[in-house]
Design a protein around this ligand. Structure first.
Ligand code: SF4
Ligand code: SF4
Length: 312
């Protein structure tokens, strides 16, 4: 029963378009909370105060989902080479060029929850994507998806790192994958050396306060001069530099997710179109995409900074 259900779950996730799947045994891992404690104690989470809360649940997933026995992790490839930045175009982080991934990944995972409930009608299952105090990178390692690179992202030897993670936590007992314990970064330091703002620490973590992605996506308000110095004149939403430079991403292949396709209208946007964009057009073009998170004013602020870089 356990083996058959494990196979059916993985087949279902593959049919939903996930490139990688793995399963780990749900059990307490106090180190997960301790690592985040050390990072937040240095203020490296910036304004993301939510990372300082729910320490107990990060340390013990059975407090997050009572009775949890298995953590199913799935990775959705989003790699594309659309919109290369040129003197006439701006750079938008690859994950943000189509529809927002949170609901998409959750709905795909819910389709797989149905398989679990067919086998165990009373089973407890919760679905996560970038939400709740679930240490998803640590669980991705335990489920055999990849290792944590120096750029802090999970890297898979076949796929690279351009993927998004989602999880199902369930009380169903399943077959478990081998964790990835080896660090395949080896002697490489390319991401540390290539980060334009020196945001990558030597312990596989990022100082969010120095990261261009954090400043152009998450943060509202003043942009510090050291971020502006690192921004190129093309970056208006995200950065991706530490992934582009990673040798493991030479293996990245284009995604097959219809929802991640940028609209034709967005693909044709030149810099002047961005400069002259009205709020009405912004809302029409980017409803339901990650750019909504920055909002019209946030994006215009980023564009003003990028233009400033172009004149210096
Ligand atoms: S996204 Fe850019 S700024 Fe942030 S860590 Fe990576 S290379 Fe550095
Ligand atoms: S660039 Fe090198 S050090 Fe950085 S994550 Fe990739 S392999 Fe690891």
């Amino acid at each position: 029963m356990r083996t058959t259900l494990t196979t059916r779950i993985k087949e279902s996730l593959t049919n939903e378009g996930f490139s990688l799947t793995g399963i780990a045994r749900a059990e307490p891992h106090p180190d997960d909370a301790a690592i985040i404690d050390g990072w937040t104690a240095k203020g490296m989470n910036g304004s993301m105060a939510y990372l300082e809360k729910n320490r107990d649940k990060r340390a013990d997933i059975t407090l997050l989902v009572p009775g949890a026995r298995s953590v199913i992790v799935a990775a959705l490839n989003y790699y594309n080479e659309d919109l290369p930045p040129t003197s006439d175009r701006y750079f938008i982080s690859r994950y943000a060029r189509g529809k927002d991934y949170h609901d998409l990944i959750r709905s795909k995972l819910y389709n797989t929850v149905k398989i679990i409930r067919e086998a165990y009608p009373d089973s407890q299952c919760r679905v996560f994507c970038d939400s709740a105090p679930l240490t998803e990178k640590a669980w991705a390692q335990r489920a055999g998806i990849g290792w944590r690179g120096r750029n802090s992202l999970i890297i898979n030897r076949s796929l690279g790192s351009f993927f998004l993670l989602g999880e199902i936590v369930t009380d169903a007992e399943l077959e478990y994958d081998e964790p990835i314990t080896e660090d395949f970064c080896g002697e490489c330091r390319k991401c540390i050396e290539g980060c334009p703002t020196g945001a990558i620490n030597y312990d596989h973590t990022i100082d969010a306060r120095k990261c261009i992605s954090y400043h152009t996506i998450e943060l509202r308000g003043e942009t510090p001069p050291y971020i502006m110095d690192g921004m190129t004149e093309t970056m208006i939403f995200g950065c991706d530099r530490c992934q582009e430079i990673c040798p493991w991403n030479k293996k990245a292949t284009r995604h097959h997710v219809r929802e991640f396709e940028p609209s034709e209208e967005m693909l044709l946007l030149k810099r002047d179109d961005w400069h002259n964009m009205t709020e009405e057009r912004f809302k029409r073009l980017f409803a339901g995409t990650p750019l909504e998170r920055a909002g019209y004013n946030g994006l215009m602020h980023n564009i003003a900074l990028a233009r400033e870089q172009g004149t210096t």
